[in-house]
Design a protein around this ligand. Structure first.
Ligand SMILES: Cc1cc2nc3c(=O)[nH]c(=O)nc-3n(C[C@H](O)[C@H](O)[C@H](O)COP(=O)(O)OP(=O)(O)OC[C@H]3O[C@@H](n4cnc5c(N)ncnc54)[C@H](O)[C@@H]3O)c2cc1C
Length: 378
């Protein structure tokens, strides 16, 4: 295993560090706001600063920069989990779809401004009734002559109320059968994003439902059709990778918050870190963070080097990192005691954010089933 970064990649990580240190460049990166317009403003401001560092270009190259990507994502998620999620869905899922499957025209029109941080993307894949194989995909596209008509309901879409462009997964029957992504701009005929959801965690992210009624899409703005469900599974794996990295960033925040509190808060005249139980808890938190890092980095390195078990190990990383993030967040909250239970501190925010990581992408239960299918049964 080799987790060393090349000079260009190290430069990106250094640039990110400088970005966090400068209080003028990214004043909004810590923003946790409920106003979609302000979330969009914060996201665009963050993305344009991130674009200059080279961060937005990582991972769009078929796995060639996977290790650098996870290191950079961890740093970004530790700064602001909500902005991280918005940036990642826009770049590493929506952008990656266009980079991998888009036509030259789609790349010129969408990918360039997206990578420059001037545009926000969203991906609408999941539907409420889908099973482990993303089936049935009830959003359908009827070919009605020069264009497709796309109709369906998507339950959860990150960046839904604030995106400029959407990639919507649907099933087409003609001219060929298969699954495709339909590209539509905000304000497109028949496309309506619902009101922003109020959520347990990631409260600085704008998420909504998405309704599509007879949306006209010309064939030039369709990616696919692709046979089978491999594409959808691939997109879920991209999402899983993001959520593993988010878990690392959340754990870093929890460990830092709990360590700082344990050193500064006193009980009976002694800093609480002096009590063995508190020290042991911090040690367990650090062990979970370090172990998660190793597994996530290893999964990334296996992806980068084309290892045939990369997918299974990526799934193991998603399960382990996301479950560890919840445990570490819970321990941090315990160390902060009554102070931790108050709204607005890193420990309680991390505790609320952590649960999402096990639900979204490939859920923990489904990941375990797939690991068993892919590795243990082979
Ligand atoms: C905040 C948020 C943001 C999201 N953003 C997006 C987005 O931007 N784009 C997008 O496309 N989707 C998005 N999603 C959807 C997300 O990917 C799905 O919620 C996730 O895939 C789980 O699907 P579900 O909610 O339908 O749960 P279900 O699939 O109904 O699962 C419910 C429970 O049953 C378990 N379960 C289901 N099937 C099995 C099985 N066969 N064996 C064992 N256990 C099983 C699951 O693990 C889970 O615990 C988002 C979700 C949330 C909550």
């Amino acid at each position: 295993m080799n987790f060393d970064l090349n000079p260009g990649e190290s430069q990106i990580i250094n640039q990110l560090g400088l970005l966090w240190e400068s209080d003028s460049e990214l004043p909004s990166i810590q923003t946790e706001t409920e106003d979609p317009a302000r979330i969009r403003e914060a996201l665009l401001s963050a993305m344009s600063a991130l674009a200059e560092s080279g961060y937005l270009g990582l991972g769009l190259d078929d796995g060639k920069t996977s290790t650098a990507l996870v290191v950079a994502q961890e740093a970004m998620a530790a700064q602001s989990p909500s902005l991280f999620l918005g940036v990642e869905v826009s770049t590493r899922i929506f952008g990656r779809l266009i980079a991998t499957y888009g036509t030259p025209e789609q790349k010129a029109r969408i990918l360039e401004p997206l990578q420059a941080g001037r545009m926000v993307g969203a991906v609408a894949l999941s539907e409420g009734g889908m099973n482990i194989e993303n089936d049935p995909l009830e959003t359908t596209a009827l070919f009605t002559g020069p264009e497709f008509r796309v109709s369906g309901e998507k339950a959860h879409v990150v960046n839904g109320p604030i995106a400029d462009w959407f990639a919507v997964a649907g099933t087409m029957a003609e001219p060929r059968e298969g699954i495709a992504f339909f590209l539509m701009q905000a304000g497109h005929d028949g496309l309506r994003a619902g009101r922003r959801f109020s959520t347990l965690g990631f409260q600085g992210t704008a998420m909504s439902a998405l309704s599509l009624q007879d949306c006209p899409v010309p064939p030039d703005w369709v990616m696919g059709p692709f046979e089978g469900r491999t594409l959808l599974d691939r997109v879920r794996l991209w999402e899983d990778q993001i959520l593993s990295a988010a878990s690392l960033g959340l754990m870093q925040r929890s460990v830092e918050a709990a360590t700082a509190y344990a050193k500064s808060h006193t009980s009976g005249g002694r800093p609480i870190i002096a009590f063995q139980e508190v020290g042991f808890t911090l040690a367990e938190m650090l062990t979970l963070l370090q172990t998660s890092q190793l597994l996530a980095y290893r999964a990334a390195w296996m992806d980068e080097t084309g290892n045939r078990e990369a997918t299974a190990v990526g799934r193991c990383a998603k399960v382990f990192c996301s479950e560890s993030a919840e445990q570490v967040a819970s321990k941090a909250l315990q160390i902060l005691g009554g102070q931790g239970y108050l709204n607005g501190n890193l420990a309680e925010g991390g505790y609320r954010d952590a649960k999402y990581l096990q639900i979204a992408g490939t859920s923990t239960e489904i990941s375990r089933m797939k690991i068993a299918e892919e590795v243990l049964a082979s």
